[in-house]
Design a protein around this ligand. Sequence first.
Ligand code: HEC
Length: 127
Amino acid sequence: MLRQENLSMAILSMALIVFGLLGASPVQAAEAEQLFKFYCAQCHGLEGKGDGPNIGKEFPVDPRNFTESAEMEKLSDADIKNVVMDGGPSASKSPMMPPWGKTLTEEEVDALVKYLRKLCNCTGKAS
Ligand code: HEC
């Protein structure tokens, strides 16, 4: 009985160590996908095609389709990061693209930039 308790304590503390390590590491790819689905997909679509449920006929401007490599290729990683942190108007784009700098950390935005690069399958122009 005692032994089993010791064993479960050992497993529990091992799990805590593993979670602790994960927590300390930079934003993981899977987490970037979660962030995208949570914060961006309602406009940009679950697959990033610019066709999220928020986008009805009355929506004044089409959110970027992130799978359009030719368009995404024109943006550097820094361009993407800026518009995500500071919103559409910071890049002379529509205010319908909200600023995320107060909601997301810089690390999370960096992870989202990488995620968008996966969606467009492109590297973008050099900053
Ligand atoms: C409320 C709707 C909405 C949400 C939510 C939203 N966006 Fe946007 N986004 C837009 C619209 C609309 C545009 C296009 C603005 C324009 O073309 O003038 C845009 C443009 C962009 C652009 C610029 C593309 C370019 O060509 O310059 C990037 C990058 C972007 N969004 C990333 C994101 C990310 C990442 C998130 C989640 C953190 C997000 N957006 C959430 C509506 C939204």
